[in-house]
Design a protein around this ligand. Structure first.
Ligand SMILES: Nc1ncnc2c1ncn2[C@@H]1O[C@H](COP(=O)(O)OP(=O)(O)OP(=O)(O)O)[C@@H](O)[C@H]1O
Ligand SMILES: [Mg+2]
Length: 266
């Protein structure tokens, strides 16, 4: 286990330096949401964050994506010693955020269009990603004609289609049924293993956290701080379906659960 602040990775992809954030509360005061959050995600690392509801996980990703400026502290997303451009970052937000006036395939093609990908290739890549997330046959449906889980899958396709350098995912599989969830976990894991993108992943599901990650950070209750960072020492490629049988898995799950339980009680 590595404690907060002691991490200086050799090849950093995301550097969070002493990040704090306050939001205005309805009574006109301020509310501390994040407090002194420091960690470094290595290049090609899958880094997961778990923590109690409302502790600031989505706020943390909003900051990492550049959508929200933190009250204090530094955030850097880098690759080969240069700062990444906004369009090299992929962010699957907690809400699906599809454009309601565009069909599923048009939604998935938007990021490709922005990046100047030719029309034919746009159609091919978007069609393939809709297939991978189980939406073949729904290409021409508008978001309102899709279920909540289908909208979520469409938004996953819309981000993965352009293969970002850093991928930020906020509970991407949370609202899905068990079978779709494990199929998508496998698809995304395979893509990650092939592309070796750096990932920050948020989940409430400890099994998912261990199955997918290199390290798991546990946050405290609000104001969110990093309570501990746990290494997941399980070799890859991993079998997401049977990983729960491993004794290492069981030990890690117990360790993470205890850390989280302490936060929920305090
Ligand atoms: N735009 C905002 N203005 C004011 N307060 C906000 C805003 N966004 C979030 N908050 C507050 O910040 C806190 C953290 O919210 P956040 O969405 O980051 O939590 P979370 O850890 O992602 O929770 P969950 O697990 O339920 O998704 C909450 O108390 C929330 O009310
Ligand atoms: Mg959230």
């Amino acid at each position: 286990m590595t404690e907060q602040g002691s991490l200086v990775a050799e090849n950093p992809a995301v550097i969070m330096g002493n990040l704090s954030h306050q939001f205005l509360s309805p009574d006109g005061g301020t509310m501390d949401i994040l407090q002194g959050v420091s960690f470094t995600v290595r290049e090609k690392e899958w880094f997961t964050v778990v923590g109690p509801s409302g502790c600031g996980k989505s706020t943390l990703l909003n900051v990492a994506s550049g959508l929200l400026r933190p009250s204090s502290g530094d955030v850097r997303l880098v690759k080969d010693d240069r700062d990444l451009k906004q369009q090299e970052i992929g962010y699957i937000t907690q809400d699906s955020n599809l454009f309601p006036w565009l069909t599923a395939i048009q939604n998935v093609m938007v990021p490709l269009e922005i990046r100047g990908v030719p029309k034919q290739e746009r159609v091919e890549r978007a069609t393939e990603w809709l297939r991978l997330v189980g939406l073949a046959g729904f290409e021409n449906h508008f978001p309102r004609q899709l279920s909540g889980g289908m909208q979520k899958r469409c938004s996953i396709a819309r981000t993965l289609v352009y293969e970002p350098e850093v991928l930020l995912m906020d509970e991407p599989f949370g609202a899905l049924d068990a079978i779709t969830k494990s199929t998508l976990q496998k698809t995304v894991l395979e893509l990650w293993e092939k592309r070796q993108t750096s990932v920050i992943f948020i989940t409430h599901d400890l099994t998912e956290a261990i199955a997918l990650s290199d390290r798991v950070a546990v946050m405290t209750g609000r104001p969110g701080r990093i309570r501990a960072i746990v290494d997941v020492d399980i070799e890859r490629p991993r079998d997401v379906y049977n990983i729960t049988d491993l004794s290492t898995f069981k030990e890690l799950r117990r360790e993470l659960w205890q850390l989280l339980e302490n936060e929920l009680e305090s």
